[in-house]
Every structure is written in C-alpha cells, then in structure tokens.
Ligand binder design. Structure first.
Ligand code: FES
Ligand code: FE2
Length: 422
C-alpha cells in the first residue's frame, strides 16, 4: 500500500487557507493538499460521499427473499437485502448492541443475520428479531434496535442509496432520463459480468480521469478507434449531428437522442446529478467491440444500431455508457485516502444466453482493457500529484470542462464543511 506523508499541522484553518487560494485559480487543477490530507478525506466522506446518491446494485442480483450483497464505502459496510415480502432494503452492517459487523460474506442468502459477537438476530428487513437474555431488561425494546436504515430508490432496476436521511428525492431528477434510458429496458436486463478494480490513488483522481477524454487518444488506442469523444467538437460535430438526426427513426425510440444536464452546482439537489447525451461512433461501427460489429442481442425496445452511444450520469459517482446491445455502469467509491474501488458492470438483454447470444470475453474486452489502462495512468498521475513539487496546470477549455464543474462543486462542498466563524 502506498503511504502518503501528510502535514501533521493539518487543521480547519489550513483547509480554509487552501480553499481561499483555489479561488484565484478557477481554471486549473486543484492543489495536491486536497489529495493528501486526511482531514479533507474525512470531510469528503461526511459532507459529500455519504450525502450523495450512489449506485448500489441491480435488483436482479438479489432476486429471491433473503438474497443480499454487501457494499463497501470507505471503512463502511452496507447490506442490500431482499426481505421475505420481496422488498429491498439498505442498512448499515453494524450491530445495534456493541457494533460488530453482523454479516461478513460479501453476498449470499440469509433468512436472518446473526451477529457473531453476542448473537443478536436480525430479520432480512433489518428489524431485530431477538436478543439473547434481554428478558431481564424490562425497558429493552426490540423495535428500537433494528439495523440502521439507509435511503434507497429503485429506478429501472437500478438501486441507488443515500446515507443522508435528509437527502433530496432522487426519483424526480431520474425521471429526466426516462426516454433515453428507458429504451434499454434495464429493469429487464441482466448482469453479464461485474468487476471491481482497486485503484491505488485518491478517488478524485480516478473520477477526474473518467470525466475527461483528453487522455483518450494517447492512453486508449482501442477505444479511440471507435469513439468520437477523443476529438474536439469542431471535428466530429457533423458526424454526431448526422447520427442524432436519424437516431429516433433508426432505433424506433422517440427521444433517444435527448440531452439533459443538471450536475454538481446545478443539480436539482445535493448529490443528485443527472446528465445524458448521445455521441457518435466512427463510421461503420455499431457497438463497442474490437471490429465495431454487434456483440449481443439488442437491448430493450431498440430496433436497430444507429451508430450512437448513450452517455449517462446518475449522482456524482455513477455513470453509464449504453451501446444498443449492451450497457456498462461505472461507479467510483473511495476506500481510503489513497485507494478507490472502480466498479464496472456489464448488462445485456435478460434473454441473452452466454456462449450462444454473446461471448463474455468479447463483451467485456473494450472496457476491461480501457480500465486497466486507466488504472495505469491514474496511479502514475497520483505519484506526481502527491509530490510537494506539483503545481497544477490549466484545464483544456473543452476536453476538461467537466473537471472544472466537478471541482467547483467539490470546493464549495468543503467550504460548507467548515465551522461558521464566530
Ligand atoms: S455486538 Fe452484536 S450482539 Fe453484541
Ligand atoms: Fe480513461
């Protein structure tokens, strides 16, 4: 594990000074302090990550009563489970007695969760079923000691959670994606593959890398043979406009090319970013495969390949890339100051049979390899950024515009985390 030397004099005062310095440098990257400070990392978890809507799992991954999966954020563990009635719950994996984890295996099926420490028993909806020998405690109330619940919404089979009980509603912002995302019928999709890449770098470096395609031409040769995002708009806009002009007709979906953008400071509420647009593949490429040829049966209601790819953002840390025949979810979660879980999930049509309708290796080839390339460049980036000699350079006005948006929101969130003077 990489150890980063941090300043022992770190404090709110120092953070306030660093934030003030950033005010003068809007159009460049942020100071290395924000990637090195343990104080900043703690504030990010409290004030940003645990207040944001985050993709958890697809409902089809826990189809039966008692099915569950664990989700890890920072040092925390969260249980996503399906109860006996078929309802899905999210709750903290922390016993209400003295705090032990109540579940260790990352996925499985349990009628109940039994705490390994003193044996308290929780139902699959998180309620406390029994607590040994508490009959001698007349005031003890089982109902008051269920596992702590976490906000949860389901949209087209995608489960999102938010650890802030006061978080804004997320279903309403998500509605803006109904037409372009609904086309894929994700509620009827299945997870063909998922993989978590542990990146040895601060989560912001992993996210910032995702938010820009300036690096695509140099770092992702295979991707860049297919995807127009590697180029400036002035070069590829005729191709994209031509694709968009006929996308509804070819795909058979009214509103397939819809664009919408309310992210970061412009989001409908804190941590409820929504963005979508459709961009083009280079001529004669139908999907994200080595040769541009189809990989799997078409998704949902889509009738034919239009040469386009749907780009989606749902919350600040979850994204989707949707080809007509498969979709890829990207989710970033911090695990420590210097490590990040980048999870990719590949979805296909629920009726598609592996080996018959699609070849899993070919399906995941592009984004698996692109992720390995990203891992390489993000960790190199981390090494340089963590040097005391690093001085941020200017953002590219087009390719890196999203980084600017993200950083403004990020710095604003940290400002709000400081105690009010007086
Ligand atoms: S900590 Fe779970 S039963 Fe005691
Ligand atoms: Fe990349």
């Amino acid at each position: 594990m990489k150890v980063i030397a941090t300043d022992v004099n770190d404090s709110d005062k120092k953070l306030a000074r660093k934030l003030a310095q950033e005010e003068a440098h809007h159009l460049r990257g942020i100071d290395s302090y924000f990637y090195r400070s343990h104080l900043v990392y703690e504030k990010e978890l409290t004030h940003l990550v645990f207040r944001s809507w985050l993709y958890a799992i697809h409902a089809s991954e826990i189809p039966e009563p008692g099915d569950y999966q664990l989700l890890f954020i920072g040092e925390d563990s969260i249980i996503i489970s399906r109860d006996e009635k078929g309802n899905i719950h999210a709750m903290h994996n922390i016993c209400r007695h003295r705090g032990s984890r109540v579940c260790e295996a990352p996925a499985g099926n349990r009628k109940v969760f039994v705490c390994p420490y003193h044996g308290w028993v929780y139902n699959s909806d998180g309620s406390l079923k029994s607590a040994r020998e508490t009959h001698v405690m007349p005031d003890f109330n089982l109902q008051a000691h269920g596992l702590k619940k976490i906000r949860l919404v389901e949209f087209m089979g995608l489960i999102f959670i938010n650890c802030d009980p006061q978080a804004v509603d997320f279903l309403k912002p998500l509605e803006n994606l109904r037409k372009p995302l609904g086309a894929y019928q994700l509620e009827n999709a299945k997870v063909a593959h998922k993989h978590t890449y542990r990146i040895n770098a601060n989560w912001k470096l992993a996210l910032e890398n995702y938010l820009e395609c300036y690096h695509c031409a140099t770092s992702h040769r295979a991707y860049s043979r297919l995807h127009t995002l590697r180029d400036l708009d002035e070069k590829v806009s005729p191709l994209i406009s031509a694709m968009l002009a006929q996308t509804d007709r070819i795909t058979g979906i009214d509103g397939m090319g819809t664009a919408y953008d309310k992210t970061y400071l412009n989001a409908e509420g804190f941590g409820a970013c929504i963005n979508t647009s459709r961009y083009g593949l280079f001529k004669d490429h139908q999907t994200g495969s080595a040769d541009g040829k189809p990989l799997a049966p078409l998704m949902g209601d889509i009738r034919a390949y239009d040469g386009g790819v749907g780009d989606f953002q749902m919350g600040p840390l979850s994204f989707m890339l949707n080809y007509p025949d498969h979709c890829v979810m990207y989710r970033f979660l911090p695990r420590s100051l210097t490590s990040t879980d980048m999870q990719l999930v590949w979805y296909v049509n629920a009726n598609a049979v592996e080996g018959t309708d699609y070849d899993k290796e070919k399906l995941i080839w592009l984004w698996h390899n692109t992720s390995l390339e990203d891992d390489y460049i993000i960790t190199r980036n981390s090494e340089g950024v963590n040097s005391r000699f690093f001085e941020p350079g200017p953002y590219h006005p087009e390719f890196e515009a999203s980084l600017h948006q993200f950083n403004r929101w990020y710095l604003h969130t940290l400002e709000n985390s400081l105690p009010t003077p007086g």
